[in-house]
Ligand binder design. Structure first.
Ligand code: G3P
Length: 221
């Protein structure tokens, strides 16, 4: 399973990269705005800065919504760095843009997926990734994990190469459940990834090991 971090914050991306388990980054216009990144050139420079930190898979989202504008914007984003994956919203022109960009060898991530049918359409268009938003479905009392299970069945039935990128992850249990049902990738905040480290028995077990070692060392003096 690949781990992506869902942020445009360079410090957090560096911290996740330093941990040694990071496979990529996803951003969106809201995350870029949160970091105060505005203006076309600043946005492009920020994507380049992210690409300089990680090994691959930097999802950069278009902000246009027509076919012609999305392919122009997508090609400009892809030209920044071979690590860029162009993120395209699940709308009619978006499906057409995914088909075009795929034909040009540009990787795409179809975002804002909330139904199995949307994921099927994106896979047929050739998307490299589909991003079902797990947390946002859970937020409205709908089973986000069920959506990912349904997409897994459909993609396996037809051997689609499109990878399921479980997005809108809220915490460590989301990550574990996604792993159990075979999502290819998760993207979430750094806090959800580092929370996987924690177990109280690990802490008490380590404290006991170190105390026993110290006691034995003192006794041997
Ligand atoms: O980047 C897309 C997705 O992960 C958004 O997550 O937390 O805004 O629902 P969230």
């Amino acid at each position: 399973m690949k781990f992506f971090i869902d942020t445009a914050n360079l410090d957090q991306i560096k911290e996740a990269q330093d941990l040694g388990v990071l496979d990529g980054v996803t951003t969106n216009p809201s995350l870029m705005a949160k970091e105060g990144i505005t203006g076309e050139q600043n946005v492009l420079n920020h994507y380049k800065a992210i690409c300089a930190i990680v090994d691959d898979n930097v999802s950069a989202e278009v902000i246009s919504t027509t076919y012609e504008e999305m392919i122009r914007e997508g090609e400009a984003l892809a030209a920044l760095d071979p690590k860029i994956v162009v993120k395209i919203p699940m709308i009619k022109d978006g499906v057409k843009a995914i088909k075009y960009l795929t034909s040009k060898g540009i990787r795409t991530n179809c975002t804002l997926i909330f139904s199995p049918g949307q994921a099927l359409l994106a896979a047929k268009a050739g998307a490299s990734y589909v991003s079902p938003f797990l947390g946002r479905l859970d937020d409205i009392s709908t089973d986000g994990l069920q959506l990912i299970e349904d997409i897994r069945i459909i993609f396996d039935n037809y051997q689609y190469k499109t990878e399921i990128l479980a997005a809108s992850i809220r915490g460590p249990l989301h990550i574990v459940n996604c792993a159990k049902i075979g999502a290819d990738v998760i993207t979430g905040p750094l806090s959800a990834i580092t929370a996987l480290l924690k177990h109280p028995l690990t802490d008490t077990g380590l404290a006991q090991f170190l105390a026993d070692h110290k006691k034995a060392a003192e006794a041997a003096k």
